[in-house]
Unconditional design. Structure first.
Length: 249
């Protein structure tokens, strides 16, 4: 059993969800304010924006920090740390502090991802896609998904009598999760992170879908029919950065 998520009674309590959302949104808001101040100072001829724009790799740092603040899994922490690491290395290279050469170091990405995949294969269940995965998963009593799609596509049907949420990360890839054969006992929370990618969730018609996501040059879209009651609620939260999240039934 995957031990990266808390017990059944502790998965995604409302207070924890709100705290996570507030912390990540605060970080994002402060970074956006900082960017606005830089452009304002340029308009006032105090600094030159061209020098600021030379440090565009800081975008990777921003994305990584947002992911780190929003994740609850070890895999999400690794994805966030990778983004931060890439941004820091590229920024230091532009400051002429180090010599960072992509042509030399890009194989490290495959080595690191391979080591992590082997680690997860030995320590627990996790759904990972780098070149396309299709199939079915019986989540059983666990009822939690933990999916990462990087540079590839992920498509899977999931069935469980008590879906309790989880985390979906799509980086320059896509994820399609079919939950129409599953059920919710009360409320479940799915945290999504789509960066240059897309996430599609197919849900049963008796689920009430609540979108609390933050799109950044991307979008969240709901294409569901409202059920007669709100006894089964699916809350979808997270970020779509130059990507899209769609929920439909």
């Amino acid at each position: 059993m995957n031990n990266e998520f808390p017990s059944k009674d502790a998965v995604h309590p409302k207070g924890q969800v709100q705290a996570r959302a507030v912390s990540s949104q605060v970080v994002l808001g402060l970074l956006v304010i900082l960017m606005g101040l830089l452009f304002l100072l340029d308009n006032l001829d105090i600094i030159e924006t061209r020098r600021v724009l030379a440090f565009w790799p800081m975008v990777f740092i921003v994305v990584g920090v947002v992911k780190l603040c929003d994740t609850q899994t070890r895999g999400g922490q690794i994805v966030g740390a990778v983004f931060v690491g890439i941004g820091v290395l590229m920024t230091l290279d532009r400051l002429d502090i180090i010599d960072f050469n992509w042509r030399t170091l890009w194989p490290l990405f495959f080595i690191g991802f391979g080591v992590y995949t082997l680690y997860k294969a030995r320590t627990g269940r996790r759904m990972i896609a780098v070149d396309g995965v299709k199939g079915e998963n019986d989540l059983g009593g666990e009822g939690v998904v933990d999916i990462t799609a990087i540079l590839g596509g992920f498509e899977r049907r999931v069935f469980t009598p008590n879906f309790r949420g989880g985390e979906i990360t799509a980086v320059m890839g896509g994820c399609s999760l079919d939950l129409r054969n599953s059920s919710i006992q009360g409320e479940a929370v799915v945290s999504v992170f789509a960066f240059w990618g897309g996430v599609t969730l197919k849900v049963p018609p008796d689920w009430t879908v609540v979108l609390n996501g933050t799109p950044i040059m991307g979008g969240f879209e709901e294409k569901t029919i409202a059920p007669p009651d709100n006894s089964k609620r699916l809350i979808v939260r997270g970020y779509a950065i130059m990507g899209g999240v769609e929920v439909r039934n």
